[in-house]
Design a protein around this ligand. Structure first.
Ligand SMILES: NC(=O)c1ccc[n+]([C@@H]2O[C@H](COP(=O)([O-])OP(=O)(O)OC[C@H]3O[C@@H](n4cnc5c(N)ncnc54)[C@H](O)[C@@H]3O)[C@@H](O)[C@H]2O)c1
Ligand SMILES: [Zn+2]
Ligand SMILES: [Zn+2]
Length: 362
C-alpha cells in the first residue's frame, strides 16, 4: 500500500531543489520505515545536486538524519518500531571480500532498501547515499538504522550519520591520532571541525585549524583548535611547521579535497606522518606531487571513507560521550530550518554562514 510524504529532490543537474510528494513503499524483508525527526544539510547533498557524484537524477536528498522506526519488514530483528535511530550509509554485508578479511568498516557491498521510492508519475528516485532523508518518512535497509539512546537531541544526533562521523573518524580511526600528537586540519566546515573535535577527544595537544574564512576559524576554536591559520593571509605550511617545532604535524587532515589543500597537507606533515583525505575532490582534477618527496617523506597517505566507522560500534558510543558532555555535537547545529529551506541553506553553506543547517520535520 505504502504512503505519500513530502521529500526534497534534485530533479536535474544544477536545478534548484524542490519539495514534492514521494511514494514510500511499506517495508519489505530486511527493510525499515523511519519517521525522520531531523536531517542535517551536508556539502555532499550539494555535490549531488551539482552532478558531481553521478548522473542518476532525480536524487532524493538528505542523509544525516535521526528519527524513530515506524515499521519493519519481515525478518528484521535488530531494530523495532519505536526505536530512536541514526541512519547510516554503511549497513555492513558480512559477506564481501573486505568483511571476510575482518574489515567491515570498509565493507564493499553495503545494503540499501531494495524497494524504490518514486514520484507521482512512477519515476524512481536515487536516494543520496542510499538514504534520502529530507523526508517525513524514508525507507532504508534495516542495517542502515542504528539504535542509540533516545535521550539525545535528534538535531545533534543525526549529524553523526555522515559529516560529523566522517570528521571524527578521519582523525580518530583513519588518522590514528593519539595522546600528545600534533594535528592540522584543512577546511573547518562540519567535517573539518569534527576532525578537530576528534583530535581533542583522542588527546592531541597541538591542533591547528586552517581555513580561508576567519568566521570558520573562530568556530574551530570552540571544538578544540589550539591555533588557527587563515591560508589567504599566511603560508599555511610554513605556519604549521613553526607551530610544531619546525617539523610539521604528525597527522594532517584535508577536509576540503582540492589539489591546493592536499598539496599543503602533504608538505605540512612531519616525516613519517600521516595525511588523511576526507574532503571529496572534484571529479576531473588531477594531483601532481614531486615523486621523490612521496618516497622521502615516508609515512602514510590515506583516504577516509565515512571516517572508517562501524555504525553499530561507534554511534551508540559517541552518543554516550555526547550525553556525558564530552563530545560537542550541539556546536555543529548552526540553525534549524524547515523542509522547504534546503535550497537557501546551500547558499548559506557556500557563503560560509553555517556549519550545519538542520531540517527539522514539523
Ligand atoms: N569522506 C567522507 O566520507 C565524507 C563524508 C562527508 C562529507 N565529505 C566531504 O567533506 C568535505 C567537507 O564537507 P563539509 O560539509 O564540512 O563542507 P563545508 O562547505 O561546510 O566546509 C568546507 C570548508 O572548507 C573551507 N575551504 C574551502 N577552500 C579552502 C581552501 N583552499 N583552504 C582551506 N579551507 C578551505 C571553507 O571555507 C569551509 O569552511 C566535502 O567535500 C564533503 O563532500 C566526505
Ligand atoms: Zn561487506
Ligand atoms: Zn554527508
Amino acid at each position: 500500500m505504502g504512503q505519500v510524504v513530502n521529500g526534497v529532490i534534485a530533479r536535474s543537474k544544477g536545478a534548484p531543489v524542490e519539495v514534492v510528494p514521494v511514494h514510500v513503499p511499506d517495508p519489505g524483508p530486511g527493510e525499515a520505515l523511519v519517521q525522520i525527526q531531523a536531517c542535517g544539510v551536508c556539502h555532499t547533498d550539494l555535490h549531488y545536486r551539482e552532478g558531481a557524484i553521478g548522473g542518476d537524477f532525480p536524487y532524493l536528498l538528505g542523509h544525516e538524519a535521526a528519527g524513530v522506526v515506524e515499521a519493519v519488514g519481515p525478518d528484521v530483528s535488530d531494530v523495532a518500531p519505536g526505536d530512536f535511530v541514526i541512519l547510516n550509509w554503511r549497513a555492513v554485508c558480512g559477506n564481501c571480500r573486505a568483511c571476510h578479511r575482518g574489515q567491515p568498516q570498509i565493507c564493499f557491498s553495503t545494503h540499501n532498501a531494495s524497494q524504490k521510492m518514486t514520484l507521482d508519475d512512477g519515476t524512481e528516485l536515487s536516494p543520496a547515499l542510499g538514504i534520502g532523508a529530507f523526508m517525513e518518512k524514508t525507507l532504508v535497509a534495516a542495517g542502515q538504522a542504528t539504535k542509540v539512546s533516545a535521550e539525545a537531541r535528534p538535531e545533534a544526533a543525526g549529524l553523526l550519520g555522515c559529516g560529523v562521523m566522517a570528521g571524527l573518524g578521519a582523525a580518530m580511526n583513519t588518522g590514528g591520532v593519539g595522546r600528545g600528537d600534533s594535528v592540522a586540519v584543512f577546511g573547518c566546515g562540519g567535517v573539518g571541525d569534527a576532525a578537530i573535535e576528534g583530535s581533542r577527544l583522542a588527546g592531541a595537544t597541538t591542533i591547528i585549524a586552517v581555513d580561508i574564512d576567519d568566521r570558520k576559524l573562530n568556530w574551530a576554536k570552540q571544538f578544540g583548535a589550539t591555533h588557527t591559520v587563515n591560508s589567504t593571509k599566511e603560508d599555511a605550511v610554513e605556519r604549521i611547521r613553526e607551530l610544531t617545532g619546525g617539523n610539521g604535524a604528525n597527522v594532517v587532515v584535508d577536509a576540503v579535497g582540492l589539489q591546493e589543500t592536499y598539496r599543503q597537507a602533504f608538505f605540512a606533515r612531519d616525516l613519517a606522518g600521516t595525511v588523511v583525505l576526507v574532503g571529496v575532490p572534484p571529479p576531473d582534477v588531477t594531483l601532481e606531487l614531486p615523486f621523490i618527496e612521496v618516497f622521502g617523506r615516508g609515512g602514510a597517505l590515506k583516504t577516509s571513507w565515512y571516517g572508517d566507522c562501524l555504525p553499530t560500534r561507534d554511534f551508540p558510543m559517541l552518543i554516550d560521550l555526547y550525553l556525558q558532555g564530552r563530545l560537542n555535537l550541539d556546536g555543529f547545529v548552526s540553525e534549524t530550518i524547515g523542509i522547504g529551506d534546503v535550497e537557501e541553506s546551500f547558499a548559506k553553506m557556500e557563503r560560509g554562514e553555517v556549519l550545519r543547517s538542520v531540517v527539522v520535520m514539523g
